[in-house]
Design a protein around this ligand. Structure first.
Ligand code: CTP
Ligand code: CA
Length: 225
C-alpha cells in the first residue's frame, strides 16, 4: 500500500541482494549455519522494489515471504550463493551483500550420515576439517564492470575499526555496520554507514524504515559523478 507513495529513486536500475545465512553440509543430516534471520536483506529487497528497481534476491535458508515484485533465487551453501551471484552481478548497477555467508565449510561433506559407533569400542571423536568459502562481495567488487557494492558488517567489538578495515580489504565504497548488541532476528536495528570520507548513523528503527533510508542514501551515491 505504502509502495505507491515511494519516490522511484531506483527506476530502471537492476539490484542484486544476498540475504540470510548459508548452510554448509557435514553429512546428509547435519550442517554448519548461523542465526541470521534474513530480515534486513528482505526489507532491502522490498524497499528497492518499491523504489522502482528490478530486484533479484539470492536467499539462504530462511522462512520469510518473498516481497512483491522481487525475483527470488533460493540457495543453501556459500558456494551455491557465490555461483548464483556471479552469474548475475555484471548485469546489475547495485549489489547489496547482507548475507551472513559461512566463512568456512567442511572440506568434504560425508555422503552418509556419520555414526557415533562407527568403530565399536573406539571413543574417537570425529574431526572436522574446514575449507574457506569464497568472499562473494570482494569478488563482485573486483569485476571489471562491478556494480556499486554495499557490504554489511556485524561485529562484536571495535565496530568502526572493523568496518573501515572491510571497506579497504573488500574494495567497496560503502559498508553498513550493525550497531550492537547482536541484532540477528530482531525487527529493529541501528546502522552506521561508513565510507572513505566518514560515517553517518541511522538511528534505531524498524528494518523496513532503515531499508528505505538506505535506499535513499544509495540512490544519491549512484547519481554522483
Ligand atoms: N561476505 C561475502 N562472502 C563471504 C563473507 C562475507 O559476500 N564469504 C560479505 C557479507 O555479506 C558482508 C560482508 O562481506 O556484506 C562482510 O562480512 P563479514 O562476515 O562481516 O566479513 P568477513 O570478511 O567474513 O570477516 P569476519 O567474518 O572475519 O569479520
Ligand atoms: Ca564472515
Amino acid at each position: 500500500v505504502v509502495a505507491a507513495f515511494e519516490p522511484k529513486l531506483l527506476q530502471g536500475r537492476r539490484v542484486l541482494i544476498t540475504a540470510g545465512p548459508t548452510y554448509e553440509a557435514i553429512d546428509p543430516v547435519r550442517g554448519i549455519t548461523n542465526r541470521s534471520s534474513g530480515k534486513m536483506g528482505f526489507a532491502l529487497a522490498r524497499a528497492c522494489a518499491d523504489a522502482g528497481a528490478e530486484v533479484c534476491l539470492v536467499a539462504g535458508p530462511v522462512h520469510l515471504p518473498t516481497p512483491l515484485g522481487v525475483q527470488r533465487v533460493d540457495v543453501l551453501s556459500a558456494q551455491d550463493m557465490h555461483a548464483a551471484v556471479m552469474a548475475r552481478a555484471a548485469d546489475c548497477s547495485v549489489f547489496i551483500a547482507t548475507a551472513a555467508v559461512a566463512d568456512w565449510r567442511p572440506a568434504q561433506a560425508h555422503e552418509q550420515k556419520l555414526k557415533k559407533n562407527a568403530e565399536a569400542g573406539q571413543a574417537k571423536l570425529p574431526q572436522l576439517e574446514l575449507a574457506e568459502n569464497p568472499d562473494i562481495l570482494a569478488q563482485v567488487a573486483r569485476l571489471p564492470a562491478a556494480p556499486f557494492c554495499v557490504g554489511f558488517a556485524a561485529e562484536s567489538h571495535d565496530l568502526l575499526k572493523h568496518a573501515r578495515e572491510k571497506l579497504v580489504r573488500k574494495q567497496v565504497p560503502l559498508i553498513v555496520a550493525n550497531i550492537g548488541p547482536a541484532t540477528f532476528g530482531q525487527d529493529d536495528n541501528a546502522l552506521l554507514l561508513v565510507d572513505a570520507r566518514g560515517q553517518r548513523e541511522l538511528s534505531r528503527a524498524d528494518k523496513l524504515s532503515l531499508a528505505r533510508e538506505l535506499v535513499r542514501d544509495i540512490a544519491l551515491r549512484l547519481d554522483q559523478p
